[in-house]
Design a protein around this ligand. Structure first.
Ligand code: ADP
Ligand code: MG
Length: 633
């Protein structure tokens, strides 16, 4: 006798997902078994967790294991576990109805990348459905570990709906999944094939996986083995198992710490950054074990977010087994482990940066973007700063990486500040007029291309005793004191007293022309090759930071700047000549507006180029007249 059968529709996203899985041809279908085994293993982990907390459990003495059975005749494969099981409500919730954001993201990713679904399905929390790559019918019989819950059966052909019925028959705690294989997927009811798949994908599962009572996997906690016993291949294999990555890791960190707290940890640095598309964001964190019992999958607090690219496990001797996940963060032992591994990861990276430069460059290229979020880790500030890398004015190209140590090692003796400039590209920063004085004085400048770099530098403020300073906030008097680099020491013609006075009047005239758009027009000490530049008068923020703040505040107004002019530049000298002859010459206002708008353009503020382009065209036309006359054309 069984209860009445009820039919349910799959959620729309899941239908879409199933449709893709059922109808597409995938090369790597065998991973469905990895997914079912990993679900069984999760269910066993959860049971062990409950049991260590002292929860009442049905069939307490059942061994914790996974069994595979097959029937060639019926063309079926059965995966059973003695895990936590599911109640009827849980079954409906976990498999079928509740929209999991995972399925939506998975489909999006699949459409974007056109890659093999079987390679990524496990990462999105929709692994169960992969069974429909090989099955035309699946049934789940499951009995919750809670004594008063009835066993239930779920059946579906994976097309649009599923059925659920409560069973009156007795069922041991756990879950039995019967997979009816499609005609052309018969190979999955073959013992040898199954063994091979288990060894390849599920070798490190923490519970015995048995076929016909014979254990297939190893069940070793690799992280607890002495390092000398482990071959590189085993580390690689474990990493792939843990991360679903196809490639071996860039490197690994294996720790066995005895004092002051005892724990084991095995951590990996992936070759690739998995979060390239900003999706899959929660897929990080270390697995936390207490004496081999999994307490939490992907714990987010063991390592700070800026090290979230690290994959791996931590196994503690000293945490209580019955600790709740909610109170972990307040636990003293947990926090000690956390700060210990954080510091160990940083030390490891420091050594890599010293001894394996190329590897470190590879690391930086993939994970640097995330790593840069660490600027607020004050506890590890010193180590952290040494690991940061930027491009600089001294670099040969935009790829070269420079550390603070490189910079400070070659800076000028009297130099007390480290300079940086933010910009969209190396060329853009190179041509920036603000940099001219730094070039002429031979001062190195960090080139920043990512807004996060500037946030990081401006909030860290110092490297050792050196202040970190944006180029446009540097004190000109300080810069002036540095001796000029040899090749830029040029003799310029000094203006006489009379001309100096005229120049002052010219500048007043220009201020008049520009009105409120500028706060002041004055002689520049920073310009060497360019005629003009705009300078931020309020010194609290660098220009690029100010721009970011304006975007954040949706402020599109242009802040009034100081217009600085290069008195030695030919254009300014000629302008002075014109001015002396006729202070109201139209040419002066044209040039003034043009210099102002060109500088605005350089600073990234000019929204509408029409006036500027018209003016240039008019000036070009005039100069073409002079040119043809002069050349007698
Ligand atoms: P994920 O494992 O990432 O959560 P799946 O699609 O593989 O996604 O599984 C969905 C959910 O179904 C699981 O989270 C779990 O709650 C439940 N489940 C699947 N298989 C089992 C099982 N063998 N025992 C208990 N619960 C299971
Ligand atoms: Mg799963």
């Amino acid at each position: 006798m069984t209860g009445s059968t009820k039919q349910y529709e799959f959620k729309a996203e899941i239908k879409q997902l199933l449709n893709i899985l059922v109808h597409s041809l995938y090369t790597n279908k065998e991973i469905f078994l990895r997914e079912l085994i990993s679900n069984a293993s999760d269910a066993l982990d959860k049971l062990r967790f409950e049991s260590t907390r002292g929860t009442e459990i049905e069939n307490k003495n059942l061994p914790l294991e996974i069994n595979l059975a097959f029937d060639k005749e019926k063309n079926t494969l059965t995966i059973s576990d003695t895990g936590i099981g599911m109640t009827k409500d849980e079954l409906i919730k976990n498999i079928g109805t509740i929209a999991k954001s995972g399925s939506e993201e998975f489909i999006k990713k699949l459409n974007e990348n056109k890659q093999d679904a079987s390679n990524i399905i496990g990462k999105f929390g929709v692994g169960f459905y992969s069974v429909f790559m090989v099955a035309d019918k699946v049934s789940i019989r499951t009995k919750s570990f809670k004594a008063d819950e009835k066993p239930v059966k779920w059946t579906s052909d994976g097309l649009g709906s599923y059925e659920i019925v409560e069973l009156d028959e007795k069922l041991d705690r756990g879950t039995i999944i019967e997979v009816h294989l499609k005609e052309d997927e018969k190979e999955f009811s073959d013992k040898w094939k199954l063994e091979q798949i288990v060894k390849k994908h599920s070798n490190f599962i923490n519970f015995p996986i048995k076929i016909e009572n014979e254990q297939i996997n190893k069940v070793t906690a690799l992280w607890r083995e002495p390092k000398s016993n482990i071959k590189k291949e085993q580390y690689d294999e474990f990493y792939k198992f843990l991360s679903y990555d196809n490639e071996p890791p860039l490197d690994y960190i294996h720790l066995s710490i005895d004092a002051p707290i005892q724990f084991h940890s095995l951590m990996f640095l992936p070759k690739k950054n998995f979060d390239l598309f900003g999706m899959n964001r929660d897929n990080y964190g270390l697995d936390l074990y207490v004496r081999r019992v999994l307490i939490q999958h992907q714990n987010k607090d063991l390592l700070p977010e800026y090290l979230s690219f690290v994959k791996g496990v931590v196994d503690s001797e000293d945490l209580p087994l019955n600790i709740s996940r909610e109170t972990l963060q307040e636990n003293v032992v947990f926090n000690k482990i956390s700060s210990s591994i954080t510091s160990q990861v940083l030390t490891f990276l420091t050594k890599m940066a010293e001894k394996e430069k190329e590897k470190f460059t590879e690391f930086w290229k993939e994970h640097g973007k995330v790593f840069k979020l660490g600027y607020s880790d004050y506890a590890n500030k010193d180590k952290y700063l040494e690991l940061l890398r930027f491009n600089s004015s001294v670099s040969a190209d935009e790829k070269e990486l420079v550390s603070f140590a490189d910079y400070s090692g070659r800076m000028k003796k009297e130099q007390k500040e480290i300079y940086y400039k933010m910009g969209p590209s190396r060329e853009a920063i190179d041509q920036d007029p603000h940099l001219e004085i730094f070039k002429s004085k031979g001062l190195e400048v960090f080139y920043l291309y990512d807004p996060i770099d500037e946030f990081a530098l401006s909030s860290m403020m110092k490297y050792k005793d050196f202040d970190l300073r944006s180029v446009d906030q540097a004190d000109l008097a300080t810069l002036e004191k540095f001796e000029s680099a040899e090749e830029t020491k040029d003799k310029k013609e000094e203006l006489n007293k009379d001309d100096k006075k005229h120049l002052d009047s010219l500048f007043s005239k220009m201020k008049e022309i520009l009105g409120d758009k500028v706060t002041e027009v004055k002689i520049s000490k920073r310009l060497k090759g360019s005629p003009a530049c705009l300078v931020n008068p309020n010194t609290g923020m660098s220009a690029s930071m100010q721009k970011i703040m304006n975007i954040v505040n949706k402020d599109t107004s242009i802040p009034a700047h100081v217009l600085e002019l290069n008195e030695d530049h030919k254009l300014i000298r000629n302008l002075l000549k014109v001015f002396k002859q006729n202070a109201n010459d139209e040419y002066i206002s044209n040039v003034t507006e043009q210099l102002y708008e060109s500088s605005l353009l350089m600073e990234g503020y000019l929204a509408d180029p029409h006036k500027l382009v018209n003016r240039i065209n008019q000036m070009l036309t005039e100069s073409s007249d002079w040119y043809t006359t002069m050349k007698k054309i």
